[in-house]
Design a protein around this ligand. Structure first.
Ligand SMILES: [Zn+2]
Length: 317
């Protein structure tokens, strides 16, 4: 049988998704389970195995030649282990070994979820055709990944491009990661909402205090909501400008729930970028919303599986 497909897993704190994906990024078969994130490690792994069992039961499974995993991080791609912050039962969990055993010994590639989304945007989305790009997910947390010289740059452990934990405020608030003033501590959805509430913004009758509700208020002209988005935009701009200055990216792609806020985020973000990205070689830097939807994690994991396969072939393995 012709092996023209790859399998993909997207493992997050709320769901575990799996798919069989073709060489154009099209999803042919899918399976999904909720993540039992507060249960013990083996129970979480059983949910992964159920997703894999659905995929391996498909008549198309025999066409799959490799499997890519994008997982919530931190991951350690060199060790094949994951320690997702939101899945406490998995600490240095040997995910690659367990998935390989459940998937009939297919070759397995592991990357962090920020790197997976970057792979998807570079293959099919807003970063397509860009040799040097930063892709970010701004939602509950802030993650990201890098494309350098036309190649995904996961770094030795699969975490490179983790812009959420670059400090942009030297004496800023303590971040759960242990540092201070991180981009995530200022620009994540929960922090946009927290800052608005602390500043005196009050939700409507529905009591919605999410970042999406703050975005709606900002669009309606509420000055506190506008200010909270401006502060988030400033933090993102400082992190993006630092990245561009270090490695000469020419585009930053922003996805995730906060990335969907539209002009209330992107207008102050472009203005703040012009304040921070000042040297001649970063002045052409553009920032744009992500194009890949909820399947970005799966498509990116598939891209990693295909890339791993290509490098194995060129190495004569
Ligand atoms: Zn941090």
């Amino acid at each position: 049988m012709h092996t023209d497909l790859v399998a993909a897993l997207d493992i997050g704190g709320t769901k575990i998704a799996g798919a069989l994906v073709d060489g154009h990024g099209k999803i042919l078969v899918r399976a999904q389970r909720p993540t039992p994130s507060q249960d013990d490690g083996d129970t979480v792994m059983r949910a992964v195995e159920e997703v894999l069992a659905e995929l391996t039961a498909s008549p198309s499974w025999s066409r799959a030649s490799a499997l890519g995993i994008g997982s919530a991080g931190p991951v350690d791609a060199s060790a094949g282990t994951v320690s997702p912050v939101n899945v406490p039962g998995w600490r240095d969990f040997p995910l690659v070994e367990r998935v390989r055993a459940a998937a009939g010994d297919l070759p397995v590639e592991l990357i962090g979820d920020g790197v997976a989304i970057t792979a998807a945007e570079h293959w099919q989305g807003a970063a397509r055709g860009h040799a040097n790009a930063l892709c970010m997910v701004v939602s509950t947390g802030v993650g990201g990944g890098l494309v350098l010289n036309g190649q995904l740059h996961p770094g030795p452990t699969g975490n490179a491009g983790h812009i959420g934990h670059i400090s942009v405020d030297l004496d800023g608030d303590a971040c759960p990661c242990g540092s201070r003033g991180c981009v995530e501590r200022i620009a994540s959805g929960p922090n946009i909402a927290r800052r608005a509430v602390e500043g005196g913004w009050r939700p409507g009758p529905d009591g919605d205090v999410s970042a999406a509700a703050v975005a709606a208020a900002a669009r309606a002209g509420d000055p506190i909501a506008v200010a909270s988005f401006e502060r988030a935009a400033q933090a993102l701009a400082a992190g993006i400008a630092a990245t561009a200055t270090l490695v000469e990216i020419d585009i930053a792609v922003i996805g995730g729930g906060v990335g969907k806020a539209g002009d209330v985020l992107f207008t102050p973000l472009r203005k703040a970028l012009s304040d921070y990205a000042t040297l001649s070689f970063v002045q052409r830097l553009t920032v744009t919303p992500a194009q890949m939807g909820t399947d970005a994690g799966l498509v990116g994991a598939a891209a990693a599986a295909l890339a791993g396969q290509a490098s194995a072939t060129s190495a004569g393995v």
